[in-house]
Design a protein. Structure first.
Ligand code: ATR
Length: 285
């Protein structure tokens, strides 16, 4: 049996195993399983050993390792190096190769809704790996201006420097919270509002979402975060994180297996797994 790992901490109710195992079955790849492998940050050494074991053929990497794992890998794709974050690891000739499929997943989630960010003023809350991938994707799609908003200023500055190097003509602002209300696209790339802390929002207290904005939360559990509920109440168009999860997963699947990802199967499995989690948590009160 070969294994694909999901590395992160805590992993809670991730729906990636259900989605990826359904894809493996649909493509008749019977000798491979996708399994959760929860690893806290202090276990980086064990994590790398687990990845190097012969039965491991690749992995997904999630919070909080997307950036810290970079320096432990043998090679990085150009994209992962430029974004400064890895969410997918592929084993090639025994080497651990880091790649990033979040940027693709993010853009694809906009594309399927026919949203073109070219020229738009965009605010991104967060400055971790997910925010970096979203910012990179938006810069590449010719966003007009990107405003980076984060609790820890130093991380926004670091991300802005990285973006500036690759996109020197990009309009960038850091921690300009007043710009949030004048944005056409508002993105939550923090982990605030994720289950079980479903009553928290990364937006400032009493923030009034602009009516004509598109508001995108990269969190998929719950599907309607407080951030999105508040935005919707003000008349904004809202997008949850499920579609991005599906498309980043599809691209990862293709990198590991060399086969075309069965998108429909993955969407069905991901939706069913999420519904099941939502039902279980509502029963618990
Ligand atoms: P990922 O790689 O998935 O983006 P991460 O690197 O841990 O995960 O980043 C999480 C993001 O959520 C960060 O921007 C973090 O802000 P800090 O850089 O200040 O840590 C943000 N975040 C997490 N909890 C938060 C909270 N309670 N309030 C505000 N921001 C928070």
């Amino acid at each position: 049996m070969k294994y694909l790992y999901l590395l992160g901490y805590p992993l809670g109710h991730s729906i990636s195993p259900a989605m990826q195992n359904a894809a493996l079955r649909a493509c008749d790849i019977r000798a491979t399983r996708y399994v959760k492998n929860p690893m806290p940050p202090e276990k980086m050494r064990e994590m790398i050993l687990a990845l190097r074991a012969p039965h491991c053929i690749g992995a997904n990497v999630t919070v909080p390792h997307k950036q810290t794992i970079l320096s432990h890998l043998d090679e990085l794709s150009e994209l992962a190096r430029e974004i400064g974050a890895v969410n997918t690891i592929i084993k090639r000739d025994g080497k651990l190769v880091g790649d990033n499929t979040d940027a693709y997943g993010f853009l694809q989630a906009l594309r399927v809704r026919r949203i073109n960010p070219a020229g738009a003023r965009v605010s991104i809350l967060g400055a971790g790996g997910a925010a970096a991938a979203a910012a990179y994707a938006l810069a590449q799609a010719d966003a007009g201006e990107i405003i980076l908003l984060n609790r820890t200023l130093a991380r926004s500055v670091e991300l802005a420097d990285r973006l500036n190097k690759k996109f020197p003509y990009l309009g960038l602002a850091i921690n300009d919270w007043d710009a949030l209300a004048q944005s056409q696209l508002i993105i939550n790339a923090t982990s605030v509002g994720m289950s079980p802390r479903v009553d928290e929002s990364p937006a400032p207290k009493h923030f009034v979402f602009p009516k004509h904005a598109i508001v995108f939360d990269l969190v998929y559990n719950p599907p309607a975060t407080k951030f999105l509920r508040d935005a919707k109440q003000n008349g904004a168009r809202v997008i949850g994180g499920l579609e991005m999860l599906i498309y980043q997963g599809a691209r990862s699947f293709e990198l590991w297996t060399g086969q075309r990802a069965p998108i429909r199967v993955m969407r069905t499995a991901a939706t069913a797994a999420l519904n099941e989690i939502m039902q279980t948590s509502s029963h618990k009160g």
